[in-house]
Write a protein that binds this ligand. Structure first.
Ligand code: UGA
Length: 453
């Protein structure tokens, strides 16, 4: 069992046996979590970013995104001088023994991950790296990237290794400090051991492989997890067809230890910054090397289907299964982020569903605990054209149908009387199976979940 973030904070920072000077290039969600957690473990960390505003925010002790526990930990490690923030990659590299590259690898048009930022970071740090320093690829990078980055750095005295992250947004701190495993891929065993030593004090399985295997582990792990969810979503569709109940089915299946019950919650399809990008990249990497990963293509196709099924559910709930015209229909959407515990809207199933419903002419009013007016530029681009409500009940006001799109715990406690009174229609579509169907129906509302009888 992993501890919760409260227990991590209560236990306090540690002191490192092998105190190391660490640089982290890229202070986004992966880089900042890595930097703060390594400082928490007792190392001396310099985190860099090209975004001057972000560096200022971090210097002021603020974390620019939602990640449980991270701001509190930052306050502690910054307070004892174990972490500082600098503009530009070189600043993180010049005095460090180990330098992590944790910059974005956005998706290219053909599905592959774009290495441009990783290579640019490597070029910037190459001239300033101390002799004997180790460069670590932490970003999820295409198979072969450790060797590619070594080629960019082009220095005999520098080793590049792979050390993939397995951090769930919203649980990143706990996943970093209590991981299921730490994987290091390196051609040089001594370098791999020096990187593993950073994690000293964490009780977990460690695995040293060659770089290509380590990079493949990351993609295979995310691919397998995405497959589990697509599988359960397909089973949920099957349950609806045959009249079975997916909760009972998953329980009965998950009790088999070879299968396990984790990560088998049906929903609106997987989203976020990782699974969509990594599953497409996995197909592309395989293709580039002459293998047609048809199973992974199927996993993606089921996910696309699942998104379409959610839109169909909304149309059915409105009694409009046969119509593609939803003009005049008002939909209240509860939840915009791709899952609870984050403010991340990237590849959110909720946003995809909203786009589809709007294309059919529906009007959307949405609530999310992490989204409020006025929207910043990024959010305005993603959510432009929908109205943002301050509360869930306000989002339900005058709605013909209310859709629960993200599993925020507060939606479990919805005041269903107030909701029924606020709506003009009476349909609830629960894409996260959050509510009890009978309770919803007892308030005079109709209910449809995912794979539930
Ligand atoms: C995922 C992996 O879980 C991490 O191990 C990995 O390190 C990370 O990607 C990454 O590559 O950086 P994350 O994207 O934060 O983490 O989100 P998850 O908690 O894995 O959820 C992904 C999607 O699957 C969400 O849309 C979620 O709602 C959905 N999901 C998850 C389900 O629909 N059902 C489940 O049972 C679990």
């Amino acid at each position: 069992m992993k501890p919760d973030v409260k227990a991590v904070l209560e236990a306090g920072p540690r002191s490192a046996v092998h105190r190391t000077r660490v640089g982290v290039v890229g202070s986004g969600y992966v880089g900042l979590t890595t930097g703060v957690c390594l400082a928490w473990l007792g190392h001396d960390v310099v985190c860099a970013d090209i975004d001057v505003d972000r560096v200022e925010t971090l210097r002021a002790g603020r974390v620019p995104f939602v990640e449980a526990g991270l701001a509190e930990m930052l306050t502690v490690v910054a307070g004892v001088g174990r972490i500082r923030f600098e503009v530009g990659a070189a600043a993180a590299a010049e005095a460090s023994d180990i330098v992590f590259i944790a910059v974005p690898t956005p998706q290219d048009d053909d599905g592959s991950a774009d290495l441009a930022y990783v290579r640019a970071a490597a070029r910037q740090i190459a001239p300033v790296l101390k002799s004997g320093a180790i460069v670590v690829n932490k970003s999820t990078v295409p198979v072969g990237s450790a060797r590619d980055v070594a080629g960019v750095i082009a220095r005999e005295d520098i080793v590049v290794v792979s050390n993939p992250e397995f951090l769930r947004e919203g649980n990143a701190v706990v996943d970093f400090l209590s991981p299921d495993r730490v994987v290091v891929g390196a051609d040089d065993r001594g370098a791999a051991e020096r990187v593993l030593a950073l994690y000293h004090g964490i009780e977990t399985e460690t695995l040293i492989t060659d770089p290509v295997s380590s990079e493949t582990i990351k993609y295979a792990a995310n691919g397998f997890l995405a497959m589990k969810i697509s599988f359960v979503n397909a089973v949920a569709a099957m349950c609806e067809a045959v009249g079975a109940d997916v909760a009972d089915v998953v329980r009965g299946v998950g009790l088999d230890h070879r299968i396990g019950s984790a990560f088998l919650n049906p929903g609106p399809g997987w989203g976020g910054s990782c699974f969509p990008k990594d599953s497409r990249a996995l197909v592309k990497i395989a293709e580039d090397h002459g293998y047609d990963f048809s199973m992974m293509r199927g996993v993606i196709e089921v996910n696309d289907q699942q998104r379409r099924r959610m839109v169909h559910k909304v149309r059915s709930a409105l009694g409009r299964s046969d119509s593609h015209d939803l003009s005049g229909v008002r939909v209240g959407v509860l939840g915009l982020t791709f899952k609870a515990g984050t403010d991340d809207l990237r590849e959110s199933p909720s946003v995809a569903m909203i786009d589809s419903l709007r294309q059919l002419g529906a009007e959307i009013r949405a609530h999310d605990p992490t989204v409020s007016n006025p929207l910043d530029d990024v959010r305005a681009r993603v959510l432009g054209g929908i109205s943002i409500a301050a509360t869930a009940i306000e989002a339900a006001a005058d709605a013909d149908v209310v859709v629960i799109a993200t599993e925020w715990p507060e939606y479990r406690e919805l005041d269903l009387d107030a909701m029924a009174a606020a709506m003009v229609g009476s349909a609830i579509v629960d894409t996260r199976n959050l509510l009890d169907p009978e309770t919803v129906r007892s308030h005079g509302l109709s209910y449809d979940g995912v794979g539930r009888r």
